[in-house]
Write a protein of this length. Sequence first.
Length: 413
Amino acid sequence: MSENLSKLAGRKGLEEPLFEQLVNKSKATGTIDDKTKRELAQQFIVGNANVHGTVSFYDFLKPANSGKKAYVCSGSACLLAGTQEKLKNQLEKHVKADEIGHMCCLGRCHENGAFHFKGRNYSAKSDSEIESIISGKSKDNTDNYHVSSNLEQPILTGPRMDSTEFFTFLHSCLKRSPGDLLSEIKTSNLRGRGGAGFPMGLKLESCMNTPSEQKFVVCNADEGDPGAYSDRYIMEKQGHLLLFGMMVAGYIVGASRGVLYIRGEYPESIELIRMEIERFRDAGLLGDNVNGNGFDFEFKIIEGAGAYICGEETALLSSIEGQRPEVRVRPPFPTQQGLFNEPTVVNNVETSASIYHILKVGGRAYSEMGNGKSTGSKLVCLDSFFNRPGIYEVKMSTPLKEIIQDLGGGFKT
């Protein structure tokens, strides 16, 4: 049944997918009414039960979400910090109790006292700060945290490079053969940074060798692991590296579309990635024949709606299609039969963002960093229980003692 639903969802492709329409139509009231569900079911030639099953899965689409104006972060870092009840009491001075909901997680684990209001995320320690935000007097939602590395040449935490130099290098990469680029990535022994640690080169090769007229590259940016905000950091500070990696992956496997599934709890990330995509467009790197030899490529952002399971790659693909996001049986693997039943490469944010450095210094140089099969660098997130909370880029095989004591300054007492 799910394969048939995938094919039906694929009729409209990524232009106006069912899930995107559900999310957009829910924003006015916080939920989806029965009439809208029936209309969308008819439009996509699926049963009313299918649409209802999808809507009922997501926190942001359920009837209980209707009328909410503010949300307290219920992520594990904030939960363990014990800040939620105090924050909720402070918000109730300005917003009715039944207008306050919960979101998990807002990616401000370094502060452990976050809330969401009118499409933005904030951290406020005092009632006067909250009052200023609720009243509209202050719209400052910047947050500060340490960003550091124990690498001589940081890969993901260095200063942003010159745009002309960056785009020139991307153009040059798209002039090389797909096989040449794949060889560099395989030599680097880059493994997925999302948890499973599968070699990225093998994943790309599998998709490249699967024949199809339509292929996809999907970025799993539905970060939801406890205390994690490294994906958010990359999207908001190093988004160009993420898009670079996705484009190169698309070129290697023969995909014309790159899909970024970004959690709805990260509105700033969504906004900044949209801006980054336009920079790529202004540089002539999106659209038809971007490298002069027939490579077409476009990005599409899909906004999540509050479902932790969408961090699993096959559930994420079902979500994009508008199905209930449940884990699929494998095989077939996504590289053989993924989004809309077409060959699909799914990588997380950090994995894709690492490709730039691999192609810049060469796969062999990258493989010499780290230890054995674990090559390259890794972003580590430290929350507010450390003296120096923040994002730290470390070489693979770095001892935990160095991360906790030397970089994080030890635990707060």
